[in-house]
Design a protein. Structure first.
Length: 475
């Protein structure tokens, strides 16, 4: 039974519901790519599915507009997969459980995937509607944006004719995004050796943190569970002996970690450890993490990692920078450079630590990467960087912006905001492939993306779609 059947625009929400039923986390986009390809084929449209799974859909211009310059409509196929600790859910096999009160749409205990499922749904609805007036349209749906913009990087721009692009991956209605930061991912790996354990052992968990987008929400002061757990363990080690046996936290590098857990041996009294955990929980709650929980339970581990290895891992995690590093000089409210301690993973042989780095200034991104690499080397870790993507430079002479502003004012009687954001958008890679490309990113109101608290406004989706229809009629 449809959950969103009564929401308007009906086709946008109907398509979004169909997309939501298909598992499509980053790295698992074959099924949704195939679905979009088949959708376009069923409409009789020209469609290309490239080797990595990107989908390009082409629709002729209408109402005598066949020979006008094409407009590219772009969104990404993948979503960030995050869930609450209590939710039993397999993102590889299950569709999203949608909930609505007719004002918002959210998911039951997981990320919603409106980032970027709503953008996809709008593009497909525009491709389907034969009543609209528009120039030739080129819908571009890319894979794995959330893990380093891999689809956009692999896309052959020669398949596209358009030199104007509307990216539908923004999250604030009435804000035209016209520039963004570049980014890169760094994974540091420690080798660990297990030795016999003779100390009492405990499982320590931090959960219930707000989390969120590691770019857009990095300046909101939200706690990072990976960081908080490392600082807690470091504080224990300053009072007694600590040896780690397991350390895991976060799920993706571009989401602020909401949960982290470890198994650690410690010679401090159980009551002392619990008191310190209680203090940390109270501090987190006082700092805005109202649902934060820090628990300590007895555990069993016959082995732990060597003393020097435990110290090195905690040293790296606590001494590495995290969060906002610099604000823009010209735009003081905009973050210029940041990084996020996104994922920590351990097994019997290694511990990996993954950071997401962002900066609007390429030199600052490079310097921050070098700083982390040097620190990792000092603590005995090896490093591999990946997913490097360029920033998207603001164009003051954008003709597309001017047209979009005029249509917005005519429709709503007020001017939109033009902004540059501290987050990765595929526009930077598209503009690198085609320097003459004029691009703007828009989208409806969404909040708490990349977290299980994600929601999208129903009325805002309707207005943004209304605006898209008007824009294409007048562009």
């Amino acid at each position: 039974m449809s959950v969103l059947a009564e929401l308007k625009p009906r086709r946008v929400f109907a398509i979004f519901e169909q997309l939501s039923a298909i598992p499509h986390g980053s790295g698992n986009t074959d099924a949704i790519s195939t679905w979009c390809y088949d959708f376009a084929c069923d409409l009789g449209l020209q469609v290309i599915r490239d080797a990595v799974g990107n989908v390009i859909i082409k629709k002729e211009g209408t109402n005598g507009r066949e020979n006008e310059p094409a407009v590219i409509l772009q969104a990404h196929l993948d979503m960030v997969c995050e869930k609450t600790a209590e939710k039993e859910f397999d993102f590889l096999t299950q569709g999203i459980d949608l909930i609505t009160d007719r004002e918002k749409v959210w998911a039951d205990g997981t990320t919603l995937g409106a980032d970027n499922g709503i953008g996809m749904a709008m593009i497909l609805a525009l491709m389907e509607d034969v009543t609209l007036s528009h120039p030739p349209l080129e819908g571009v749906l890319t894979i794995d944006e959330e893990t380093g913009l891999e689809g956009a990087a692999a896309l052959d721009f020669a398949n596209l004719n358009g030199r104007r692009m509307l990216n539908l991956d923004s999250e604030d209605e009435g804000v035209f995004t016209a520039g963004c930061a570049g980014g890169i991912r760094l994974e540091s790996t420690f080798s660990v050796t297990s030795v016999p354990n003779i100390l009492p052992t405990y499982s320590v968990k931090i959960k219930g943190l707000v989390g969120g987008h590691s770019g857009i929400e990095i300046n909101k002061g939200r706690a990072n569970a990976n960081r908080e757990l490392a600082l807690f363990l470091q504080a224990l080690s300053e009072k007694g002996t600590v040896r780690l046996a397991q350390l895991n936290g976060g799920t993706v590098d571009n989401a602020i970690a909401a949960e982290a857990t470890c198994v650690a041996a410690c010679d401090l009294a159980y009551e002392t450890i619990c008191d310190m955990a209680k203090t940390l929980q109270q501090t987190l709650i006082q700092n805005g993490e109202s649902a934060a929980m820090v628990s300590v339970e007895s555990a069993v581990s016959p082995t732990v990692w060597e003393e020097t290895q435990t110290k090195a891992i905690l040293g790296y995690l606590t001494q590495s920078p995290n969060g906002v590093q610099a604000m823009c000089k010209d735009l003081p409210t905009l973050v210029e450079t940041s990084l996020n301690l996104g994922v920590v993973r351990s097994n019997d042989q290694t511990v990996s630590v993954t950071f997401s780095l962002r900066s609007a200034v390429e030199a600052e991104k490079t310097a921050l990467l070098a700083r982390l690499q040097e620190l990792a080397e000092r603590f005995g870790a090896t490093t591999v960087s990946s997913g490097n993507y360029p920033g998207w430079e603001y164009r003051a002479d954008s003709a597309l912006q001017e047209t979009m502003k005029k249509v917005y004012v005519d429709l709503y009687g007020k001017s939109p905001v033009v902004d540059v954001i501290h987050a990765g958008l595929e526009c930077g890679l598209f503009c690198e492939k085609c320097p003459e490309l004029d691009a703007v990113s828009i989208g409806p109101d969404m909040r708490n993306v990349h977290s299980p608290e994600e929601w999208v406004s129903v009325a805002s989706v309707a207005r943004v779609y209304e605006y898209l229809v008007a824009l294409l009629a007048n562009i």
